[in-house]
Design a protein around this ligand. Structure first.
Ligand code: SAH
Ligand code: SF4
Ligand code: F3S
Length: 435
């Protein structure tokens, strides 16, 4: 088959960004070319998200827009493809292939068939018993890379559609994760983020998450290791202890709390209370002084009262989050919460979101300001241009953004800086002498 020009776009979480990379490398291996605009593409692939209604509406809007490219085979994959299946052919008539979250390996043949013979194809089967062997993503692709270690989720938080769309938890073999990490590091990556819906659930025989992280640090040359996401119920001292002894294991944890009231946390089926959550944070900070914590929070879960929402605000004041991603509850068909009445009005949800964001920003400013004057090692990962002024961007191990003057530095360098100023939650730093 003649090589095709394929254009990919990714919505949703880091898992989708990683999967899109994998899809691109599967297609490249078959001799196709990845192009950076849809204009001259023979095939357009959109990797989609279903986590909130808004995410689906955006993806559908974009698919309708991309339908203008009449000569290209339009493909939808990812979570919305898994959820809506062949109904997508009616919603966006130009769609030719719908590929669910376990069917990416089938894409090259399906695309070839659609180009050759026309027609429509839907692949929605989930392979929940199968081994999870992600084909390695491209070796060469930047300073900071994702490596997926698990697929799926079995936590069934009552609001969440992900377990229905990504299937049961499957862990990739430690050997294959190490091979991929070595390969992206050989291709220039300095930092690797291990991905999964709940990475702490990782298990390969006797190797658990900490065992895996320990092996990666021992057997690869990766300069920085991160992970996303961990469930507060599962994370324990072992993770923090590894962080405390391994300088390359970055002192940042994304630990979604979701709500501050015990009644709402129970209704969400989160498996922890406000106090056990705060207890984990205390433990983290005792073992890893200076660890940065970020979180996700939902407002307007069914039946959430003003007082219960107030408990979320109090928790944010107490928890010292570096940052929080905040969302208005969006009912997802088929989840346990969708059987409850979505009784917090749209106006009230919006009001709570604004009030929450205000407290989140206040706390964020307070925590970042306390860092002024301190030293940090930043990993440079690109340039930032503000008018005439060009600077380099970097991140601290705590995932804080820092700009430094360009000097003679390169992407991928890890350099010591002193944090001098804070502008819009980004530090401006000065290069410091190495200790
Ligand atoms: N596996 C990850 C989360 C994936 S979804 C974890 O458990 O941390 C990312 C975030 O979206 C969730 O943490 C939650 O805050 C939010 N979210 C999920 N379902 C939602 C819904 N139905 N309405 C609003 N926000 C939702
Ligand atoms: Fe969804 Fe909960 Fe699983 Fe996260 S842990 S993906 S919020 S079900
Ligand atoms: Fe969205 Fe699926 Fe990720 S629903 S958040 S793309 S797992």
């Amino acid at each position: 088959m003649n090589p095709l020009r394929v254009y990919c776009e990714s919505f949703g979480c880091q898992m989708n960004a990683y999967d899109t990379d994998v899809i691109e490398s599967i297609l490249e291996e078959r001799g196709h070319a990845i192009v950076r605009t849809p204009d001259a593409a023979d095939c357009i692939i959109v990797n989609t998200c279903s986590v909130r209604d808004h995410a689906e509406q955006r993806a559908i809007g974009r698919l309708l827009d991309l339908s203008r490219h009449r000569d290209a085979v339009l493909v939808v994959c990812g979570c919305m493809a898994q959820r809506l299946g062949s109904a997508l052919f009616d919603i966006v008539p130009a769609v030719r292939i719908v590929a669910g979250t376990d069917s990416y390996a089938l894409l090259p043949d399906a695309i070839a068939a659609a180009v050759r013979e026309g027609g429509r194809f839907a692949f929605l089967e989930m392979d929940e018993a199968g081994a999870y062997e992600a084909p390695a993503s491209k070796a060469n692709g930047g300073v900071s890379r994702y490596v997926s270690i698990t697929k799926g989720c079995e936590n069934y938080c009552s609001y969440c559609i992900v377990p229905y769309l990504r299937g049961k938890v499957r862990s990739r073999s430690a050997d294959s994760i190490i091979r991929e990490t070595s390969s992206v590091v050989a291709g220039g990556a300095k930092e690797v983020t291990l991905l999964g819906q709940n990475v702490i659930a990782y298990r390969d025989g006797r190797v658990d998450f900490c065992g895996l992280a320990g092996r990666i640090l021992a057997e690869t040359e990766v300069s920085r290791l991160r992970f996303l996401t961990s469930h507060p119920r599962d994370v324990d001292a072992a993770v923090f202890e590894l962080m405390a002894i391994e300088r390359r294991f970055c002192s940042h944890i994304h630990l979604p709390v979701q709500a501050g009231s015990d009644r709402i946390l129970a209704a969400m089926n989160r498996g922890y209370t406000r106090e056990t959550y705060l207890g984990k944070l205390r433990e983290a900070r005792r073992i890893v002084p200076g660890i940065a914590v970020t979180t996700d929070i939902i407002v307007g879960f069914p039946s959430e009262t003003d007082d219960e929402f107030g408990q979320t605000l109090d928790l944010v004041r107490e928890a010292r989050f570096d940052a929080a991603f905040t969302f208005q509850y969006s009912p997802r068909g088929g989840t346990a919460a969708s059987a409850m009445s979505d009784d917090v009005s749209a106006g009230k949800k919006k009001e709570r979101l604004l009030a929450l964001n205000e407290v989140v920003q206040e706390e964020r400013a307070r925590i970042l300001q306390a860092q002024l004057g301190s030293r940090a090692e930043i990993l440079l990962d690109g340039a930032a241009q503000k008018g005439e002024y060009r600077s380099l961007k970097g991140r601290t191990p705590e995932f804080r953004n820092v700009l430094v003057p360009p000097d003679s530095l390169n992407d991928g360098d890890i350099v010591p800086v002193v944090l001098k100023r804070l502008v819009n939650f980004t530090f401006e730093g000065e290069l410091a002498a190495r200790k």
